[in-house]
Design a protein around this ligand. Structure first.
Ligand code: ATP
Length: 194
């Protein structure tokens, strides 16, 4: 199975682009959503999180999100450890999911792809971009959050300048009609090349 990574910074429009590929019949795995599910259901994650953060990591068997967020918010080292626990379980879940798809290729949507040095796991990587101010504006309009919180999340992501060098395809997402055309072009290229 051909696997394609789809990434981009916060608010770039990964999910928006992912649904355009879904409309073309491409199966899309949403890493963020699956990670949330697996953090509540995987025993491997449960046991390692308790070891890392203590029993408080779970409340009544459910992930204690506010506690975990408060722990990792200003601690990059702990955030990296959390990521190292969740990441392999999501990877395994994705591989199992991909095996069950009946399509020419599948997409894994994931925010921290280059940050996790995962590019070699994919046949191609698509990067979604938009100017930083546009991205901040979109997230502020979408989520109940603050500019400082959005910028803090951006600080945990690589700059587009670096990611542009590493991606196989770049989709600049500003005007949705142009984005849709670019999605069609990338889709055609993937089908031709593989
Ligand atoms: P995150 O990393 O935070 O999950 P994302 O990269 O998946 O974000 P989306 O959720 O697709 O980004 O987009 C962020 C917000 O901006 C959404 O509310 C979406 O509807 C809106 N949006 C995305 N692309 C455009 C666009 N080209 N024009 C206007 N609004 C857009």
């Amino acid at each position: 199975m051909i696997t394609i990574g789809l990434t981009g910074g916060i608010g770039s429009g990964k999910s928006t682009v992912a649904s355009m590929f879904k409309d073309l019949g491409v199966p899309v795995y949403d890493s963020d959503q699956r990670a949330k599910h697996l953090m509540n259901s995987s025993k491997a994650i449960h046991d390692q999180l308790v070891e890392l953060l203590g029993e408080e990591a779970f409340l009544d068997g459910k992930l204690n999100r506010p506690f975990i967020a408060s722990k990792v918010f200003n601690d990059k080292n702990l955030l990296a450890k959390l990521n190292d626990i969740v990441h392999p379980v999501v990877r395994e879940d994705f591989v199992a999911w991909a095996k069950n798809q009946n399509a020419r290729y599948v997409i894994q949507e994931t925010a921290l792809l280059f940050e996790n040095k995962s590019q070699a796991l994919y046949d191609e990587v698509i990067l979604v971009t938009a100017p930083k101010e546009v991205r901040i504006g979109r997230v502020l309009a979408r989520d109940n959050t603050t500019r400082a919180q959005v910028e803090a999340r951006m600080d945990n992501q690589l700059e587009d300048k670096i990611k542009l060098e590493l991606a196989n395809f770049v989709i600049e997402n500003i005007d949705l009609e142009i984005t849709k055309e670019k999605v069609l072009q990338v889709h055609a290229s993937i089908l031709t090349e593989h």
